[in-house]
Design a protein around this ligand. Sequence first.
Ligand code: AMP
Ligand code: ZN
Ligand code: FE
Ligand code: FE
Length: 286
Amino acid sequence: MSFGKKGSHSKRRFAALHPFRADLHCHSSFSDGTDTPEALIDLALEKGLSGLSITDHDTLGAYPQALDYAQKRGLLLLPGIEFSAYFQESPVHILAYAFRLKSEALLTLCGRHRKRRFERNLEIVQRLKGLGIHLGEIKGEGRPHIALALIEKGVVGSIQEAFDRFLGDGKPAFCPGKTISVEETLEVIHRAGGRAVIAHPHLIRKQSLLRRLSELPFDGIEGYYAKFSPERERKYLELGRKKEWLITGGSDYHGTNKPFSSLGSSWVDEKTFYTLYDHFNEFRSQ
Ligand code: AMP
Ligand code: ZN
Ligand code: FE
Ligand code: FE
């Protein structure tokens, strides 16, 4: 794996004003966050961040408008996305960064996820019907949107309760749809020139699974995540260093859909950010 050279053609004008921080994991209203991309960029600046990556689930919908707005506001925006993949029947989220935004392979993968979500959501709604719960309109493609519809119907009191009782992996209304493998996802990310990172590794409960996963051609691991205990963080940093991976971090901010995680609560420093950002700038217009 080779990362781009640090520095040369990137703007660094914020470095002198604030300690450089970039949050590399958050969701906009193009997936299951509640803030528009513009609102996320405004909020990032309010929080004193110098860089951001909007990593919506399986969609690049926030780009390129977000890039234009970030440039206007003077925030460094790194293209990112979070793919929902499966590895040996377990869900694994993969963050991808610094890819070609116009990559056919990547856009095709997003299209397949869109279809998967559509079919999966029909099945989830059917299963809820089977449990005697008849939902009206669902305003979005993510499970949190179904959770909001359950709240509106008065079936549950919170998004968390909806996941615990119905929508979480293995719960009675859950259905993953036509799953897409980690291996295939990595291949597409690399074909698009991007870097692939294991997201929130603490959600991979089985250690044997993480070990097998770490044999795959990942480029990084999300080692900084607000919820990590110091031991967890140490463990993931150790794994990342051993593999010579990039160690990334982010808040996984979702706006009011996940109120306990605030934008900028986890972040990477300037060196890590520019390793990715300079790589993206090498083929920015492609
Ligand atoms: P989806 O991409 O539609 O399958 O939904 C996944 C999203 O739902 C995650 O990114 C979280 O925001 C949320 N989510 C998944 N599992 C849970 C859970 N057990 N409790 C609360 N939220 C969850
Ligand atoms: Zn989410
Ligand atoms: Fe995730
Ligand atoms: Fe996320």
